[in-house]
Design a protein around this ligand. Structure first.
Ligand code: SF4
Ligand code: SF4
Length: 332
C-alpha cells in the first residue's frame, strides 16, 4: 500500500469515498473519482462491475496525482447494499402523485420506471408507494466473477458486506477468495449493529487470520443514510465505540450515516477511530458540480467541497449538529 494511505489509517485521518456497492451510474462515478482523487481521498469504493471500475480509473487517472486505493465490494449473502428497486410503470395509476420520484435521492425513477444503473438500493421508495408496487431485487456477487475482475484490474482492496449470523456464508466466501487474498493491501469488513455483533466480529477474525494486509472494520451504522440529516451519524459512532471497546484487532472506520456532522462528533467524543467513509452525503454534495467540471472554477469549488468533507476538521468541531441527537450509549 502507498505509505501515505497506511499512515493515514494509523494517524486516524483515513478517508474513503463510497460510490456504492450497487451504484453503476458511470457518468457520475468518473467525475466523482476525479474530484475526490484531487481532494486527496485515500480510497474509492465501487461496485464490482468492470464498467464501473473502468469509470473510476478514468477519473483517478485524470487527476494525475497520488492515486487512492481502488476497492470493490461484495456480499456474503443477501444484503440491502446489493439490491435494486423495480416496478412496472404500466400499472401505475395516472393520477398517482408519484412520491417515489420525489423520495429517490439519485433521480433513478421516472415514468419509464427505475433506472437500474442509478438505483443503489437505499430502499426509500419501497415504503412510500401507496400501492406497494415497488419491490426489491436482491443479488449476491459470484466470487468467481469478482476474482476475474480482480485479476484484470489494479484493485488492491476488497470489502465484504456481512451481517451478524452469517459465519457460514462468510467462511464459504472467504475460502473461495483464498487464491487472491495474498494480493490484497486492505480488507474491509462492513457490518451493521446487532446485539451480538461483537462476538460475531471475533468469529470472523478467527476465520480470516492470519491476514497478509491491513484490516478495517467498517461500522455500518445506518446504511445509505448520510444525506438524510446530521443525526444519522450517531448510529455509526455508537457501533464504532463498541468495536473499539470490545472488538477484535484492526482499524475502525465509520460509515453508514456519515456526513458533515461526523468529524465534529468524533472530536466532541474524542473517539479514536481511524477514518471515515462517505457515501450518499458525498455524492449529493458533489452532484451540483459534476456536469461542469471542465470549468476550472467549478472544479476548484468541487475539490474544495470534497476536502471540507474528508479532511478531519477536529479543531473546528462545533455543537450545532448535535442539539437534537441522543447521547451515545453502548448497549451490551
Ligand atoms: S429510492 Fe433508493 S431504492 Fe428506490 S430507486 Fe431510488 S436509489 Fe433505488
Ligand atoms: S408511487 Fe407507486 S404507483 Fe405511484 S408512480 Fe411510484 S411506483 Fe407508481
Amino acid at each position: 500500500m502507498d505509505s501515505g494511505h497506511l499512515r493515514a489509517l494509523k494517524a486516524g485521518s483515513w478517508s474513503k469515498l463510497i460510490c456504492g456497492a450497487s451504484y453503476q451510474d458511470t457518468a457520475s462515478i468518473e467525475p466523482l473519482s476525479w474530484v475526490f482523487t484531487l481532494a486527496g481521498v485515500n480510497c474509492i469504493d465501487v461496485c464490482a462491475d468492470p464498467a464501473v471500475v473502468a469509470a473510476a480509473r478514468r477519473g483517478i487517472q485524470r487527476a494525475g496525482t497520488t492515486p487512492p486505493l481502488l476497492m470493490v465490494s461484495l456480499n456474503d449473502d443477501t444484503d440491502p447494499h446489493f439490491r435494486k428497486a423495480h416496478f412496472d410503470p404500466q400499472v401505475c395509476p395516472p393520477d398517482c402523485p408519484r412520491p417515489c420520484e420525489r423520495v429517490c435521492p439519485v433521480q433513478a425513477i421516472s415514468t419509464a420506471g427505475v433506472d437500474a444503473a442509478r438505483c443503489y438500493g437505499c430502499g426509500r421508495c419501497l415504503e412510500i408507494c401507496p400501492y406497494q408496487y415497488i419491490t426489491a431485487r436482491t443479488y449476491v456477487h459470484r466470487p468467481a466473477a469478482v476474482i476475474e475482475l480482480l485479476h484484470h484490474q489494479p484493485i488492491a482492496a476488497l470489502e465484504i458486506h456481512t451481517q451478524t449470523g452469517h459465519e457460514h456464508s462468510f467462511a464459504h466466501l472467504w475460502r473461495q477468495l483464498q487464491p487472491w487474498v495474498q494480493r490484497l493491501q486492505v480488507l474491509a469488513i462492513s457490518c451493521p449493529d446487532h446485539p451480538q455483533v461483537i462476538p460475531y466480529l471475533w468469529n470472523l477474525y478467527k476465520i480470516i487470520t492470519p491476514l497478509p494486509c491491513a484490516l478495517i472494520w467498517q461500522a455500518d451504522g445506518r446504511p445509505m443514510s448520510g444525506d438524510i440529516g446530521a443525526g444519522t451519524t450517531w448510529a455509526t459512532v455508537r457501533l464504532a465505540q463498541k468495536i473499539l471497546d470490545r472488538g477484535p484487532p484492526g482499524f475502525v472506520q465509520l460509515a453508514g450515516g456519515t456526513n458533515q456532522a461526523t468529524w465534529p462528533l468524533v472530536q466532541k467524543l474524542n473517539l479514536p477511530v481511524h477514518g471515515v467513509a462517505y457515501g450518499s452525503y458525498a455524492r449529493k454534495s458533489l452532484q451540483p458540480y459534476l456536469q461542469n467540471l471542465d470549468n476550472s472554477d467549478v472544479l476548484a469549488a468541487a475539490v474544495h467541497t470534497a476536502q471540507e468533507l474528508i479532511a478531519p476538521k477536529r479543531p473546528d468541531a462545533g455543537d450545532w449538529a448535535f442539539a437534537a441527537a441522543p447521547a451515545p450509549t453502548v448497549p451490551g
